[in-house]
Design a protein around this ligand. Structure first.
Ligand SMILES: [Zn+2]
Ligand SMILES: [Zn+2]
Length: 158
């Protein structure tokens, strides 16, 4: 049991690395054509405007792709009674849920979820500041802010 929980936590933590590296090297790399509409007119828009994201973007295709590994793991895990795989899949799914809540609901306000959006704790404020720096980099070093949950501690004071 403890091994399963540990696997879930590790899978969740590892997903931050997966999200960071995909965002850095895939989305801002060879699949920029899918991600670019998430950054459209960033330079010309104020942060408030960027934070009122409306409708669907090509960028949403990544949701479908990133959901696949967890779905496949769950199917294999349940059908072969290998529950370790199910826990890993649960860790991946929980991370995806966190990403959606923080990036799409809290930052980009795609849907109204008042309880989540009104939360104003220090960490949430830092996440917002860090993602703002990704959309509106003040300088070249800001723009390497590709992760979600892990970022420079200076964003706690931003
Ligand atoms: Zn980006
Ligand atoms: Zn964004």
């Amino acid at each position: 049991m403890i091994v399963n929980i540990l696997a879930l936590v590790l899978a969740y933590a590892f997903m931050e690395f997966v999200a960071w590296s995909n965002h850095r090297y895939v989305m801002h790399g060879f699949l920029w054509s899918w991600h670019k509409d998430h950054h459209i007119h960033d330079a010309k828009r104020a942060d408030d405007e960027i934070r009122k994201q409306k409708g669907f973007e090509k960028n949403d295709r990544f949701f479908l792709i990133y959901a696949l590994p967890a779905i496949v793991l769950m199917i294999i895990g349940f059908s072969s009674h290998n529950y370790l795989l199910v826990y890993i899949a649960a860790g991946i799914t929980l991370y995806g849920f966190t990403y959606f809540m923080l990036h799409d609901i809290v930052y980009h306000k795609r849907f109204r979820v008042p309880f989540v959006q009104n939360n104003n704790n220090r960490y949430t404020r830092a996440i917002i500041a860090a993602h703002r720096a990704h959309h509106k980099p003040k300088n070249k070093t800001d723009f390497n802010n590709y992760g979600l949950l892990v970022f420079s501690k200076r964003y706690f004071n931003a």
